[in-house]
Design a protein around this ligand. Sequence first.
Ligand code: FES
Ligand SMILES: [Fe+2]
Length: 349
Amino acid sequence: MSIDSSAYTRPDIFADEIERLFAGRMYLCSVHELPEVDSYLAIHLGGASITVRHTTEGLRAFDNVCLHRCALIDPEGCGKRPFRCRYHAWSYAADGALHAAPLVEVDDLARRALQTYPLTVVGEHVFIGLSGQAPAVDKMAYAMSEAGIPLTNPEPFHRGELLQQCNWKLLVENNIESYHLSFVHAQSFIPAGFVSKSDYAWEHDAYTCWSHCEPTEATSKTARLQRLSRQSRHEFGHIFVFPNLFLTATNQMVGFRSYVLPLTPDRTLFKWELFELPALLALPTPVREQIRAESIRFTEASLQEDKPMVEACQLGLSSRHAFIQLRAPDARIQRFHDYYAEQMRHAEK
Ligand code: FES
Ligand SMILES: [Fe+2]
């Protein structure tokens, strides 16, 4: 069984996914994206406008809709500004209560506090519970230790985002399979020695799933890595935390955190951060600089290589007679589809 092709295009199914899959646990950002008091990150997705803010009482998430006439309080995106609506300057306290409203009496207002959402922070990873329940992320630390990624890492040295014209599930699927490497990644994975294989080992535990890939043959890069650091290994470790977070460790040197935010059935925001792992931090500064620069180039090249493929699938899936056939090299996607179906059914009860 695979997910029906209409699930990639239908607005009613998208709305169900937000309610049944994302409301319980959704990765929203890293703590590094909200470094100081008044830093915020605002996004509109699946019919909700949310802002997560660094307040004097820590990180808090709120409905980003002003209690006066519903303007978005924080503009979409991230930045730093007081918690105050831009329209008529109604301002809010750290707990979301209305603090001041210039020129008007507030005592008889029907609503005087913004809706809040619970957050769960695991190391540097911030998850939101849109359902109102704190998101459960107890399995994630285990998957991260399996892939060799510490729970907390230094400030990322690079971050970026790409707006993808496709359904969020296509980005999940693209991220968790290695079948396409030989055919898509001429400027990134292939020169690094990672090519398509049908038998990459992968494991899973509830909503997490992880794999380790090694190059098919040792390349000049393998020898170079061994010369640089005894701690480094030429390998690619990958974790998926359902429904929207991916973490990878490249050669035990560079961590890559990426995530998908489902905006509409056919538009998804893909965001990422690159950070140094302990084996890289231990190396001399010029070597670290070189590896950081190489990993930025690799990341940007591979994401640009994937983009036309996922967008082509979106067009294909929205055409008549679309029919998905998963085969052996798609085994990790099959597991995603099974888990997806189970969670959609589970939420129905
Ligand atoms: S809409 Fe926000 S203060 Fe008027
Ligand atoms: Fe790819």
